[in-house]
Every structure is written in C-alpha cells, then in structure tokens.
Write a new protein. Structure first.
Length: 262
C-alpha cells in the first residue's frame, strides 16, 4: 500500500538513494511485506491546520482517488474481520519510524469507516512522544485525553470522547502524559478503557508510535485485532520494513501502507 501524509511530523524528505517499495513478486518470494495498494496523495489535502469546508475536506482528510483508496483499505480490513468473526474491531496504525505519516493514515482510515451508514468510529491518539491529532482537530493542547485517563483511571472514560465535525467520528486525544518512561500501554487502565469503549459497537483506530526505537508499538499490538504498518515511500528500506513487520503477530498483520509525498 502507498499513501501521502502532511502531518507536522511527516515532512521529512525522501531519500533519493532508496528505490521505494519492493516489487510485489520479488518481495513475496523473499517473505517480505508487499506494496499491494497505492493511495494517491496531496500535501494540500493533508495540512493539519487547514480550515473546514462544507464537503468535509478538512483536518487533513482525503478526497477523490485518495478517499477511494482509504475505502479500499477499510474494505480489506472488514474482510479480515469477517474472516475472524468480528463485526467491529480495533486497528493499530503504526509507522516504521517517525515521519512516515501514520497519523494521516489513521485519521483518514477512521473517516472511511464512518462513511458507511450508522457506523461509529473512535480515533485514539496513542503517540506518547509526538501526538498530532489534537492539532489536526483543532483542540486545545491541554485537553484531557488518553494519558490523563491512564494516570487517573477512576475518571469517566466517556469524558475523553470529543465529537468531531464528521458524523460518527469521535476523537480521544493524547492528553498530557507525565512521563515517557511510564508503562502506559501494558497497564490494566489501558485495557479497562478499551473494554469500556467496546461496550457500544464501534470501530477503534489507534494512532500508534513508531516501531523503531521503542517497544510501545509492539505492546499496543497485543490490544489490537489488526495492525497496519506505514512506511515512507522512497525512504524506509525493504529490510527495515520487513524487520518492523516481523515484530507483529502474522494473524493480525494487515499489510504495509507506503506514504508517498509526491
């Protein structure tokens, strides 16, 4: 899969020496993840501080061909859910490394789920060190969020939900973590929060931290039904992508999205 992102942390230039995603046949023969879906992109559509519009093209949301590609990704995930007996499920979207564009992918995937009639989706910003969803949705930086609840799990989880301007889409921002060294994601509070959110039929999309440099993405994958890995097109190497993909349970691994900045 290949995509485009414009989050504040997603503007690193592509490496001209990298040849991009692997050829599907070659990669498959080597046991590596393949690029099986191209998401055409535009930086103009991805600007997190762009103003809203009547047609819904705001907060870095996709349009046209780009939106159709996210709908295709949604449909593939739903097929995986059907195959495992899940009508609603939790998807973790994580980048190989910072700057790959996972926040943009997570945001638009969440939107794609809400396009179906009476579908409810909750986007959860789990990026401990570099959260961006509160910026994309124009929330105050000190808004209560995920990490505030994990610090004080006796508060009401439903208070974390912010209704967005898109029907059916809710956001749980990251909030204010007290320490990047805390084991938030393996805590009982994290599991409790997800259990509470699942009481009402909803798709949960977790915007996760980079795989490279921290075990947090792997820990979060234990709480998800499916994992989508985001790689920088022309930036992350085939070996690096394969090593990142190998960290996740193959039964949960939904594939690789290549983030194209062209």
């Amino acid at each position: 899969m290949s995509a485009s992102s414009g989050d504040n942390d997603d503007r690193s230039p592509a490496d001209p020496q990298d040849k991009g995603p692997p050829d599907a046949d070659t990669a498959a023969s080597e046991g590596r993840p393949t690029a099986d879906l191209v998401l055409p992109g535009s930086d103009a559509l991805a600007a997190p501080d762009s103003a809203g519009s009547a047609d819904g093209s705001f907060f870095g949301m996709a349009e046209g061909e780009q939106l159709d590609a996210f709908r295709e990704l949604r449909t593939r995930l739903q097929a995986m859910g059907t195959g495992t007996g899940l009508q609603r499920f939790t998807v973790l979207v994580v980048p190989v490394e910072r700057g790959s564009g996972a926040s943009f992918i997570a945001r638009n995937l969440a939107v794609a789920f809400t396009l179906q009639e009476q579908r409810r989706t909750i986007l959860i910003d789990c990026n401990l060190r570099n959260p961006t969803q509160h910026i994309a949705f124009d929330l105050e930086g000190d808004s209560n969020g995920l990490f505030d609840f994990l610090e004080n799990p006796h508060s009401r989880a439903e208070r974390l939900l912010f209704r967005t301007e898109l029907a059916g889409l809710f956001l749980i921002p990251a909030g204010s973590p007290l320490s990047s060294a805390r084991e938030y994601f393996s805590s009982r509070a994290m599991r409790t929060m997800l259990d509470l959110l699942r009481r009402r039929p909803s798709y949960l999309v977790m915007d996760g931290p980079p795989v490279k440099g921290s075990p947090d993405a792997r820990i979060l994958s234990e709480l998800a039904d499916f994992v989508v890995l985001v790689a920088g097109y022309g930036r992350d190497t085939v070996d690096g992508i394969a090593q990142a993909a190998a960290l996740f349970n193959p039964a949960k691994f939904a594939g690789v999205v290549f983030n194209d900045r062209d």
